[in-house]
Design a protein around this ligand. Structure first.
Ligand code: DGL
Length: 272
C-alpha cells in the first residue's frame, strides 16, 4: 500500500500550493491531483453543493487507488471533511486544523486574523477550532472573495492584485493581530503582496503547507510512507476545465516545465 499515490483535491489551482509543499517535503511520494476548475469558485456555493462536488472528486481519486486523501481546499474541508471521513477506509486530512495549530503556535499576543472564502468564513470552522483550543484567543475572520479569481486568471502578480490586496486587508490595519491565517489554498500565490501590505510584524500562516507536515506524520503513523527512494516519484494532474490555464499556472508555480493536466468530466452518474 505504501507504493500507492496520495490524492489531493481542490476547486482549482489553489491546491497546488499544498502539492508544492508535498513535492518538497515528501519527494518520494506519488501524487494525483484534481482541480474542479469548471465549477469554481466554491467559496460562494452552498455547503451542500460543495459536499456533492467534493464527493465526486473523491470518487475520481479513489479510482486512482490512493492511499491517503488530502482535501487541499479550505472551503471543501469546512463543508465536507466530516461527511467524507467516515465513508472512507483510508486516512483523510483537511487543511483547517493544521492551519489552526500553526497559528496557535505562532501568535505571541493571542490576536489572530483569518482570511478565507465566503463559505469557510460563514462556516466559522477556523474560529471554532481556534477557540476550542484556546478560549482566550481574539479571532477576527474575514472573507476575501476577490482573491481566488485573481489567482485563477493568472493575475496574482499585477497592480490590480496589489490594489485588491490593500483594499481587502485594510481592516486588519486597525487591529492588533500578529498572525494571519491564509485560510484558502489559493492565497499563498498572493503571499508576496500580502506580506508587502501587512509588513513583517504579522506572521502569515499557510494552512496548506502546514498540512503537509501532518500528512508526513500520518504516513509514518499508518506505515504508509513510500520508502523506495530509488524510483522517481510521479505526479499526475487533472482538471475539469480546459487545461491551458492550469498548465500555465501549475508549471510556473511548481517549476515543472513538462506539466500537462488532463481534462476530466465529473458527474454524479459516472462516479457514484
Ligand atoms: N482553494 C479553495 C479554498 O481553500 C477555494 C477556492 C474557491 O473555489 O472559492 O478554500
Amino acid at each position: 500500500m505504501a507504493n500507492q499515490p496520495i490524492g489531493f483535491l481542490d476547486s482549482g489551482v489553489g491546491g497546488l500550493t499544498v502539492v508544492k509543499e508535498a513535492l518538497r517535503q515528501l519527494p518520494h511520494e506519488d501524487i494525483v491531483f484534481i482541480g474542479d476548475q469548471a465549477r469554481l469558485p466554491y467559496g460562494p456555493r452552498p455547503a451542500s453543493q460543495v459536499q456533492e462536488f467534493t464527493w465526486q472528486m473523491v470518487q475520481f481519486l479513489l479510482q486512482k487507488d490512493i492511499k491517503m486523501l488530502v482535501i487541499a481546499c479550505n472551503t471543501a474541508t469546512a463543508a465536507a471533511l466530516e461527511v467524507i471521513k467516515p465513508r472512507l477506509t483510508i486516512p483523510v486530512v483537511g487543511v483547517i486544523l493544521p492551519g489552526t495549530r500553526a497559528a496557535i503556535k505562532a501568535t505571541r499576543n493571542n490576536q489572530i486574523g483569518i482570511i478565507s472564502t465566503e463559505g469557510t468564513d460563514k462556516s466559522q470552522a477556523y474560529v471554532k477550532a481556534l477557540k476550542a483550543r484556546n478560549a482566550r484567543l481574539n479571532v477576527i475572520s474575514m472573507a476575501a472573495p476577490k482573491f481566488v479569481p485573481l489567482v485563477e486568471s493568472n493575475e496574482f502578480n499585477t497592480p490590480l492584485a496589489k490594489k485588491v490586496v490593500a483594499e481587502t486587508l485594510a481592516p486588519f490595519k486597525q487591529t492588533e493581530i500578529d498572525t494571519l491565517i491564509l485560510g484558502c489554498t489559493h492565497y499563498p500565490l498572493l503571499r508576496p503582496l500580502i506580506r508587502a501590505y501587512l509588513g513583517d510584524k504579522v506572521q502569515l500562516i499557510d494552512s496548506g503547507a502546514e498540512t503537509v507536515s501532518e500528512v508526513s506524520v500520518l504516513l509514518d503513523y499508518f506505515n504508509l510512507a513510500n520508502l523506495n527512494t530509488e524510483r522517481p516519484a510521479t505526479a499526475e494532474f487533472y482538471t475539469t476545465a480546459a487545461p491551458e490555464m492550469f498548465d500555465l499556472i501549475g508549471s510556473q508555480w511548481l517549476g515543472m516545465d513538462d506539466l500537462h493536466a488532463q481534462q476530466v468530466h465529473l458527474n454524479k452518474e459516472s462516479h457514484e
